[in-house]
Design a protein around this ligand. Structure first.
Ligand SMILES: C[S@@+](CC[C@H](N)C(=O)[O-])C[C@H]1O[C@@H](n2cnc3c(N)ncnc32)[C@H](O)[C@@H]1O
Length: 247
């Protein structure tokens, strides 16, 4: 049975801050597909780039893996290429997301020797011997004061020629452009079946929880943490995905 996102469909009164709780985890795949522009396409691109930059015997990390959509695609991609020596580590701080992730990986018979889901905080988990680290729509939820520490840790845990892949919602510094991009985004949500109530309650719930950086702030962060090559591989109005390479 399809799990449809109805989290914000009824009036809530005072909307509490957004959390990745059981209710959200249960419908997360539908929420992501209908709320994140070109979600499937970005997943395909992330998988493709991971397969391009993966180094034999190294680790791949999916930080904030949620229901393991990316983890599962990368796993399948490596298996299809007959790669034998790899480890994928999905980490998420929501127990409910980890439960959903494990169900998804079991459904594709993913080998536990190759892929594990850890219920934990990636701010404290070790990153070691990685060729690819993925942060798909996750960095935006991290306290800005902690972002530099985590990106530096990732940089240090990557092999030479390893990559960090980041997707995030961005803030536009010009208010006219910002308003226009946000309108375009809410139009997309309407087209994807969300009501005005759902859009406004979700916006309220995400305030001070999802803290977007400007393009400048985001790319400067990656460069200041040591990444020499930083480029975007996808953009749609106020959403962007970046590849950062360690040289
Ligand atoms: C928008 S979701 C990520 C979506 C997912 N990467 C995908 O591509 O479908 C953000 C996830 O990050 C997790 N998260 C946020 N902060 C975290 C932290 N410090 N450590 C581990 N997971 C975290 C949340 O629990 C949530 O599942």
């Amino acid at each position: 049975m399809a799990k449809i996102d109805k989290v914000f469909s009824s009036p809530i009164g005072k909307v509490p801050p957004f959390t990745f709780n059981e209710k959200v985890a249960h419908v997360f795949d539908d929420m992501a597909e209908r709320s994140i522009p070109f979600y499937r396409e970005v997943q395909k691109m992330i998988t493709d780039l991971t397969l391009t930059f993966y180094q034999e015997g190294s680790r791949i990390y999916d930080l904030g893996c949620s229901t393991a959509t990316t983890t599962a695609l990368v796993y399948q991609g490596l298996i299809d290429r007959d790669v034998k020596d790899f480890t994928i580590k999905g980490i998420d701080s929501s127990q409910a997301m980890c439960d959903e992730a494990r169900v998804k990986l079991e459904s594709i018979n993913a080998s536990k020797d190759h892929v594990t889901i850890t219920h934990g905080d990636f701010l404290t988990e070790e990153i070691q011997d990685a060729s690819v680290v993925i942060m798909n729509y996750t960095l935006q939820f991290i306290d800005p004061l902690k972002r530099e520490t985590v990106i530096k840790k990732i940089f240090n845990g990557l092999r030479h020629n390893g990559i960090l892949l980041v997707s995030d919602k961005l803030l536009q510094s010009n208010t006219d452009i910002s308003r226009t991009f946000i309108d375009k985004y809410y139009n997309l949500k309407r087209l994807n079946g969300y009501s005005e109530l759902e859009i406004s309650q979700k916006r309220e719930a995400l305030e001070n929880v999802l803290i977007p950086y400007t393009l400048e702030e985001e790319t400067s962060l990656f460069r200041e943490c040591g990444f020499k090559g930083v480029d975007s591989f996808f953009t749609w109005y106020n959403f962007a995905s970046f590849i950062c390479i360690k040289k």
